[in-house]
Design a protein around this ligand. Structure first.
Ligand code: SF4
Length: 137
């Protein structure tokens, strides 16, 4: 079973109220079993919402609010969802502060990217789930 970032399949859960619908993800999933999830929406954050980035090990909204606990809650809910659905792999959205697999934005809201993982991606990896992003497909 594969977990997929909901925004990659057209769900309007992205911070700006839109999505990241990705044809490569649709193609990859053909004939496979998968479930979709958005950790930020699951945490109770609205869509649209302010963008957030990781800096110094915590998550900050663009307005300067510390939203780390919301992001941790979303990660815990994603892990519980994976366990209840027998998920062993995940296709997650690149560079998201929740879902980023290989890199994340650097916390300056300037578009700069640094190596690292989103909060949910890290928790899933620590629990043995194989991760890829849409750019790996
Ligand atoms: Fe997409 Fe993940 Fe952000 Fe939700 S938290 S909008 S699934 S990248």
């Amino acid at each position: 079973m594969i977990l997929v970032s909901a925004c990659l399949l057209g769900h309007n859960c992205k911070y700006n109220g839109g999505n990241n619908d990705c044809p490569a993800v649709h193609s990859y999933l053909e004939g496979k079993d998968y479930v979709v999830f958005c950790p930020e929406r699951a945490s109770g954050l609205p869509a649209p919402r302010l963008p957030s980035e990781i800096r110094d090990g915590r998550v900050w909204s663009k307005a300067g609010d510390d939203v780390t606990e919301e992001f941790r809650l979303g990660a815990e809910k994603a892990l519980a969802f994976c366990k209840s659905h027998g998920v062993t792999a995940a296709v997650l959205k690149a560079r998201s502060p929740s879902c980023g697999v290989h890199a994340v934005y650097d916390g300056s809201f300037s578009g700069r990217v640094v190596p690292g993982m989103g909060v949910t991606a890290r928790l899933l990896a620590e629990n043995g789930i194989t991760l890829m992003d849409e750019e790996d497909l």
